[in-house]
Design a protein around this ligand. Structure first.
Ligand code: AMP
Ligand code: ZN
Length: 114
């Protein structure tokens, strides 16, 4: 999708520290990390937000969760714990409208989030 920051990262037009990539999913370090480990997982297909997911996206979403677990294990935070979240719409503070999941870990995370 034109003018989508994360589509541009997928296409290599904007640099990012890629930590995982497969046929469905790309993961890269968040530019403004909120925890010692902060990685964003995105589908290659442009989906604006969680509310735009369709049943056909099911296998891609499964791969996103499996990829996040693999990366969490590699980072050594699978046992200590982590958070895997997506922001949806204005009240959540969603700022990029290409579906993304934040993997946050490496410190104690407060609950409920602010
Ligand atoms: P959200 O607020 O849930 O939409 O999350 C968007 C995330 O994208 C924020 O955590 C930003 O720090 C991150 N972000 C914005 N631009 C970039 C970029 N060029 N590379 C990596 N992460 C980015
Ligand atoms: Zn996009």
């Amino acid at each position: 999708m034109e003018n989508c920051l994360f589509c541009k990262i997928i296409e290599g037009q904007i640099p990012a520290k890629i930590v995982y990539s497969d046929q469905d999913v790309v993961a890269f370090a968040d530019i403004n990390p909120q925890a010692p480990h902060h990685v964003l997982f995105i589908p290659r297909r442009h989906i604006a937000s969680m509310t735009d997911i369709t049943p056909e996206d099911g296998p891609v979403l499964a791969n996103i969760f499996i990829a996040a677990t693999k990366v969490a294990r590699e980072m050594g935070i699978a046992e200590s714990g982590f958070r895997f979240v997506t922001n949806v719409g204005p009240d959540s503070g969603q700022s990029v409208f290409h579906l993304h999941f934040h993997l946050l870990g490496g410190r104690k995370l407060a609950w409920p989030p602010g």
